[in-house]
Design a protein around this ligand. Structure first.
Ligand code: ADP
Ligand code: ADP
Length: 224
């Protein structure tokens, strides 16, 4: 069964279509990138898939079940890091908090927090609060939180937009490593075609607004 099935999805803001008739499936373990020009409707599409925005038309299904509300086996990394962390919790607390839904022991939760913060190079910042960190560091905390959670499906909206080039390259490789070891399925939105070709098994290319899938590229790095 497919991990994710999007069928005839559309979303309109006040009668104006932002996403129009998008259909695709993502198989378990795949890393699929969605690329398209700025403003074409990528974030809107991702928010519909995450259950944060009700589709105006069409359906989203996870493991064959229609998504209504926010599914529990899903994590989202937003582009807008400033709104994604809880300001009153420490960095470690932000990474740990969602793990309380995962049925993990205190010891397991602590070890996942330590591991994820070390992955993103923020072990030293565990006891700090988000406002004490730069934007790029806050974004790394969001990524650590999502990776520590190890959802069946990870949704990422321009996750590396606010970090420098070296960190971006490190984080891209981190996502590839963790998804392979945890068997995660990843759907990642970017406007950067090079990034999508580097990361993805498959790239969905969206049209100008209102977004619809115009092409699907299979990325096969094994061929010359
Ligand atoms: P992208 O992520 O590709 O940049 P968005 O999904 O953010 O595109 O936006 C798609 C279109 O929907 C744009 O024209 C944008 O102005 C519009 N839009 C996005 N969010 C809202 C909103 N909350 N209310 C009204 N229009 C919106
Ligand atoms: P908050 O003030 O946001 O509640 P805490 O600092 O009390 O956050 O930490 C919440 C949880 O995060 C702790 O119960 C623990 O499991 C985990 N945690 C805290 N500090 C660390 C750390 N340095 N390394 C790993 N896990 C930590």
């Amino acid at each position: 069964m497919s991990m994710l099935e999007v069928a005839g999805l559309g979303h309109a803001y006040g009668g104006v279509d932002a996403v129009s008739d998008v259909s695709f499936v993502v198989e378990p373990g795949e890393l699929v990138c969605i690329v398209g020009p700025s403003g074409c409707g990528k974030s809107t599409l991702l928010r519909c898939i995450a259950g944060l925005l009700p589709p105006t038309r069409g359906t989203v299904s996870l493991h064959g079940d229609r998504v209504v509300g926010v599914p529990s086996d899903l994590a989202v990394v937003f582009q807008d890091y400033s709104r994604s962390l809880l300001p009153w919790r420490t960095v470690a607390g932000n990474v740990e908090f969602p793990l309380r839904d995962r049925g993990l022991s205190t010891v397991e939760r602590r070890s996942r927090v330590e591991e994820a913060l070390s992955w993103v190079g923020l072990s030293e910042a565990a006891g700090k609060h988000p406002f004490e960190l730069s934007g790029g560091m806050q974004q790394r905390v969001s990524i650590a939180r999502a990776l520590a959670y190890r959802p069946a499906l990870m949704l990422m909206d321009e996750p590396f937009a606010s970090v420098d080039a070296q960190t971006r390259a490190d984080l891209e490789d981190l996502v590839l490593t963790v998804r392979a070891s945890a068997g995660m399925t990843v759907l990642l939105v970017t406007h950067d075609i090079d990034e999508s070709v580097y990361l993805a098994d498959r790239v969905l290319v969206l049209s100008q607004s209102p977004a619809t899938v115009v092409e699907t590229l299979k990325v096969d790095l094994s061929s010359p």
